[in-house]
Design a protein around this ligand. Structure first.
Ligand SMILES: Cc1cc2nc3c(=O)[nH]c(=O)nc-3n(C[C@H](O)[C@H](O)[C@H](O)COP(=O)(O)OP(=O)(O)OC[C@H]3O[C@@H](n4cnc5c(N)ncnc54)[C@H](O)[C@@H]3O)c2cc1C
Length: 445
């Protein structure tokens, strides 16, 4: 056996050697890897679940397949877009966030072969697994709207988006450099991560013009593809009062279909009458882009539904066809609101059900659709929406959370980032269920 063959054998066995099972970054092309648990995606959901699994089964081998060097806490983007936080505070090196006991392969999945318990990465690695957890999030499809990318990439255009780290700081510079005119905020005709964020940035902009600049010089409009301002009636009622009080125009069922940066015009379509189009002049256009599953999932017909979302049992988060596959976070077809809060609650359910599966027990842990959305309405107020699959409020605190509160704003701005980096990414956060039970002993127990 020559040295290369020895190295190949060594590499192919390395996952099973406890002494070598530690955090590492692979840059070698065309390796074959095997592991007990493969986690696809090292974002919010992938990091939480890989940490949980590593905490429990570290010695059995966890591989995380994730292409990015930086891990973002995306909920901060809303505050960065309003100049309240800095972009630097929203990210850390991926290697410092992923669990130390897991092995990180810095690459993306290209092909899923669930029948063979195998995936192939873009760079040609093959990874065999016993159990796979998919958490590839949502892809931002800026290019689905003609003219949008060109406008976003033009520094002078006043077209911005808090949805990408690439354009989030432009949101703040566009806002503070504006002398007045039409501010338009959009919500696309697609699934969206944090469905509250497209209007949170609008409230923060309105607050900025009201308190710092000149509110009378700007018209503010929210054009949403949805038929409601928010999915949960209790919070929608509160938000309608806020937009009315603050003189914000809301148009529902209006979808952005084109941006014309040369003339500073945006074209919208009436989703109830597709022939009806509106061309509007903007002085600042904040775009929430259409979103969808990652390319690899769009090509993985056996694990996804027709739209490319991973098909799971919405209670257990187990795949409907392949029992050794689970999914969580924004990439699943479970009909919850796509938020980090939902991913936290799902990570607890996946961990427990994976354990039951390994012990040949029934999968009893149930995800109830819990999601939360801290609807920041100004630089010192927030409505904390929390709800389940049925869009019933599931409030943690023993007060009416539909009311705008300073305490909820401080929680969103200061407490949640700490919780995220120190507890959730380390695999110790399961959502606020315990707090809810303590605060509301007779309501949810
Ligand atoms: C502006 C904004 C505000 C938000 N505000 C809130 C909030 O206030 N509260 C809240 O709870 N949530 C909020 N969210 C939503 C929250 O950030 C997401 O729901 C959460 O990050 C979802 O986690 P995820 O792991 O599914 O996806 P992500 O965190 O996006 O991670 C997906 C990961 O998969 C990787 N990946 C993609 N394709 C592949 C592939 N082919 N192979 C391998 N890896 C791949 C990506 O690189 C990425 O790291 C907000 C999001 C945004 C953008």
């Amino acid at each position: 056996m020559n040295m290369n063959s020895v190295l190949r054998v060594f590499k192919s066995k390395r996952y099973s050697s406890p002494a070598l099972r530690q955090f590492s970054m692979s840059s070698t092309r065309y390796d074959n890897h095997s592991c007990k648990f493969l986690v696809i995606g090292g974002g919010t959901a992938g990091c939480a679940i890989s940490s949980k699994i590593s905490n429990s089964y570290g010695s059995d081998g966890v591989i995380v397949l994730e292409p990015n060097n930086l891990h973002y806490y995306q909920p901060l983007f809303t505050l960065i877009g309003a100049g309240i936080k800095k972009l630097d505070s929203s990210h850390k090196e991926m290697k410092s966030v992923l669990p130390k006991k897991a092995k990180w392969i810095k690459d993306s999945v290209a092909v899923f072969e669930p029948e063979a318990n195998k995936v192939t990465s873009n760079e040609g690695h093959t990874i065999n697994y016993e159990y796979m957890i998919i958490s590839t999030g949502l892809q931002l499809n800026f290019n689905a709207i003609p003219g949008l990318e060109e406008a976003l990439n033009d520094d002078d255009s006043k077209v911005c988006s808090i949805y990408s780290p690439k354009y989030v700081t432009k949101t703040w510079t566009s806002m503070k450099d504006l002398n007045g005119g039409n501010l338009i905020f959009t919500y696309p005709n697609s699934p969206v991560k944090c469905p509250g964020a497209p209007q949170k940035i609008m409230y923060l902009a309105e607050d900025y013009f009201r308190n710092v600049s000149n509110r009378n010089d700007v018209n503010i409009t929210y054009n949403s593809s949805l038929g409601v301002i928010f999915g949960v009636k209790k919070y929608a009622d509160a938000l309608w009062k806020i937009v009315k009080k603050r003189d914000i125009n809301v148009n529902l069922r209006r979808n952005l279909i084109e941006v014309k940066p040369d003339t500073s015009e945006a074209v919208f379509q009436n989703l109830d009458n597709l022939d009806e189009k509106f061309t509007v002049k903007y002085d600042l256009l904040h775009v929430t882009p259409p979103m969808g599953p990652s390319k690899a999932l769009l090509n993985a017909k056996s694990v996804t539904n027709a739209s490319g979302f991973v098909e799971v049992n919405k209670s257990t988060m187990q795949h409907v066809k392949f029992p050794n596959i689970f999914a969580l976070g924004d990439c699943t077809d479970s009909p919850n609101s796509k938020t980090a809060a939902a991913a936290a609650a799902q990570s607890c359910v996946v961990e427990k059900n994976l354990k039951s599966l390994l012990n040949k027990k029934s999968l009893d842990a149930v995800y109830d659709g819990y999601a939360s959305c801290p609807l920041v309405t100004s630089r010192n107020r927030c409505v904390l929406a929390e709800f389940d699959y049925s869009l019933n409020p599931m409030e943690t605190f023993p007060f009416n959370q539909a009311k705008e509160r300073l305490s909820m704003y401080i929680m969103k701005k200061d407490a949640m980032p700490l919780l995220y980096w120190n507890v959730m990414t380390k695999g110790y956060w399961n959502g606020p269920e315990i707090m809810r039970k303590i605060f509301n002993p007779f309501k949810f127990n």
